[in-house]
Write a protein that binds this ligand. Structure first.
Ligand code: 2M8
Length: 463
């Protein structure tokens, strides 16, 4: 499919929206490799797992086929144990293009017993499970085309195996939530939520690896060398245990609210897409209910007014407030007092930034707040999209409209930046960033809650 085809779907009428749509489409066209979309041609030149899910959600407004391809190319690299790897490497690129490269992860050899594919190199860790939600939204964009191509029938077993992996192998705490075993897994790499747990990890020496991110990103925007040393140590230990979740030491193991909220919502999407295929969906709605209960029982902190990370080594909540603790607003059947309290936190002093409605990644008043350094304060577009959706899920339409308008204004003005400084609104990180463009396309096309899979489960999934 060539580029002009991508622009032939109904376009918004307002000139500003049309310009934004064209700009966003341009980003996705430029970052398309032929089978999938890279987050950024420079900083992240391979395929990333949750990036691809967000990209598919936007691509569906340009080309449903391309959106299907995006998800299916990722799922083709799934391991036999069900895990969907966080990076699928492009074999055409030199190893120096990104670190850690395929020769670090060695998935096809070190991961063989865990079922890593033999012909594709991937990382061995995972990212948040947004994929079933994305698959459902791609289906809804053109159900006839989806049925004609058998899209849901192909992806459903893979998505189910992915969720089985998370709820079986990754329930390290035994409480019905999936644990993450590396700070890259929840997607919020250097969040202050990991600081204390990471203190236990001796960093790999800096002369044993070379960071490629600093070739493209500003050091003040990126994680520190000390963080990287610890990331490398943890990934090395997992690899050396054959990526076997039962054998690995897992010296970092936490339950993350956003990761598990996305799993709950994706279980509802899996229920909806199973029913669309004429299959029973109860198993998935029941799992969504159980996840919702476990989220509230294990991670809700009523006093703080948000969900907390739980460190499985101490058994205690991590005393930090991050955007991850607000993302569960996305879950439809939360108790009413939890929704009220989350809403108050979202609109209160800790998360109402002076320059943008986009939600900062960390408490503005917190001890570690840094307006520029990656996930330690900057406001990101994917979490804003998730929270916008959460606000609509709970009928908080006015706030959702404000967030949507600010998202669209900032996305365009920033050149589709990776994130923005919440104090000034200035663009930060890389530009021409795929999920910013994709989610702008989605917000341009869908102002209402029409696609919410959870609406199809309103009665069954109530907790
Ligand atoms: C960032 O993470 C990668 C490692 O996975 C990195 O810092 O090199 C995070 O923002 C993550 O959420 C995102 O998926 C990835 C690619 O955009 O970049």
């Amino acid at each position: 499919m060539n580029s002009p085809d991508l622009l032939d779907r109904p376009a918004p009428a307002a000139p500003a929206d049309l310009t934004l749509r064209r700009g966003a489409a341009r980003v996705l066209i430029d970052n398309w490799t032929g089978a999938s979309t890279v987050p950024s041609r420079t900083l992240y030149p391979h395929q990333w797992s949750w990036d691809s899910a967000f990209v598919a959600i936007g691509l569906r407004h340009l080309s449903v086929r391309r959106a299907q391809r995006e998800l299916e190319s990722l799922l083709a690299a799934q391991w036999a144990d069900g895990r969907v790897p966080h990076i699928v490497f492009n074999p055409a690129l030199p190893h120096g293009a990104y670190f850690p490269s395929p020769d670090f992860w060695r998935s096809s050899t070190a991961g063989r017993a865990a079922g890593a594919p033999s012909a594709t190199e991937t990382s061995g860790i995972v990212q948040p499970p947004v994929h079933a939600l994305a698959a459902w939204l791609v289906h809804r964009a053109d159900p006839d085309e989806s049925r004609r191509r058998g899209f849901l029938a192909r992806v459903r077993p893979r998505l189910a195996a992915w969720h089985d992996y998370l709820l079986d192998r990754r329930d390290l705490g035994g409480g019905g939530l999936a644990a993450v075993v590396h700070p890259w897994e929840p997607g919020m790499d250097n969040s202050p939520c990991w600081d204390r747990a990471l203190q236990r990890i001796e960093p790999s020496p800096p002369d044993t690896f070379r960071r490629a991110d600093l070739d493209h990103g500003h050091p003040a925007d990126r994680p520190t060398d000390l963080d990287y040393g610890r990331y490398v140590r943890l990934a090395t230990e997992y690899r050396d245990a054959g990526y076997d979740d039962r054998a690995a030491p897992h010296r970092f193991a936490v339950e993350d609210p956003s990761f598990n909220a996305l799993l709950a919502v994706s279980e509802l999407a899996l229920a909806a897409l199973s029913r669309e295929l004429g299959l029973p969906g109860e198993r998935h709605t029941e799992r969504a209910s159980a996840l919702t209960r476990a989220l509230v029982d294990r991670l809700w902190d009523a006093e703080a007014g948000l969900f907390r990370v739980r460190d499985l080594h101490t058994g205690a909540h991590v005393d930090e407030a991050s955007v991850s603790g607000l993302v569960p607003l996305l879950v439809p059947h939360l108790p009413a007092d939890v929704v009220r309290s989350l809403h108050a936190t979202l609109t209160g002093a800790r998360f109402s930034a002076p320059a943008t409605r986009l939600v900062p990644s960390y408490d503005l008043t917190g001890r570690a707040f840094d307006p520029t350094r990656y996930w330690r304060g900057p406001a990101w577009f994917n979490t804003a999209w998730l929270i916008e959706r959460g606000l609509r899920t709970h009928g908080l339409t006015r706030d959702a409209d404000v967030l949507r308008a600010d998202f669209l204004a900032r996305a365009g003005r920033s050149g589709f930046a990776e994130y923005v400084d919440p104090a000034t609104g200035a663009a930060r990180g890389t530009r021409h960033f795929s999920w910013t463009a994709a989610l702008a396309l989605d917000l341009l096309a869908t102002a209402g809650p029409a696609d919410h899979p959870e609406r199809h489960d309103a009665t069954e999934a109530r907790t």
